[in-house]
Design a protein around this ligand. Sequence first.
Ligand code: G1P
Length: 299
Amino acid sequence: MAGRIRTAVLPVAGLGTRFLPATKAIPKEMLPVVDRPLIQYAVDEALAAGIENIVLVTGRNKAAIEDHFDRSPELDRVLESRGKERELEAVSRIVPEAGRISYTRQPDALGLGHAVWCARELVGNEPFAVLLADDLVLADVPCLKQMIEAAADTGGSIVAVEDVPREHTSRYGILDVGADDGRLVEVRGLVEKPDPADAPSTLSVIGRYVLMPEIFGHLGAMDRGAGGEIQLTDSMAKMIGHSPFHGLRFSGRRFDCGSKAGFLEANIAFALARDDMRDAATKLVRTYAAGAPPAAGSA
Ligand code: G1P
């Protein structure tokens, strides 16, 4: 039985070069899917999974993220005076209880493993979660909640996994798979971004992790891996065999919002999943799929 998982680390220090020029002056984590920034989905998912402490690992030019999770008295006053209760509620509910969100900086872009290591003092010596806001998951039960529930049975570390086409293995951390009951798989090894020919399987890690604190010791060695970066995957691999390590085929659909096509798809899927957007989104998708743009102003 794993200890209670109280803290989630969200690395948000990346430059977002794939979305330039949109990300020239705003962090990529602030790009909206429908009407919420990516980072808010990740924080909401963590809170819905029972997480109490959110740690954001930021970098330069990420102030908009801190402002997003803070009160905005001027905005509150304007919304109040205009009787915009719904909007006021929407902006107020974003702000976590004081002291439940912390920020630390990753001073140099040395890789995902290094970003997680930067949070070590804020996590302490207990199991914790990591969420990558680029990976957006649409699910009835939040993906991290599924993982924390699974970890209560398995103990140890858990990564969320999904099958990818073999030609895509070089984009992900890939599992070497042991026992597999169709939902939970025993992780025998992990490789970061292997060539399709060398990949031990096609089961890829998505940006959701439940990790034992021993990972910080491995990360602290600062070994460089794929792309010359300090990789989270390499330190996870060192924990295999010392404590239980599983992959969870989560239920839900994952969107790679680090790519333009994935980001567009997430916008369509999330709009279709929302009661207030479904009709408009369905109409638009149908009309464009039929090859005809809708009449002006019809949305
Ligand atoms: C990171 C991890 C990789 C994982 C992926 C999930 O890669 O290093 O193991 O599969 O996230 O999105 P990145 O997308 O930062 O290149």
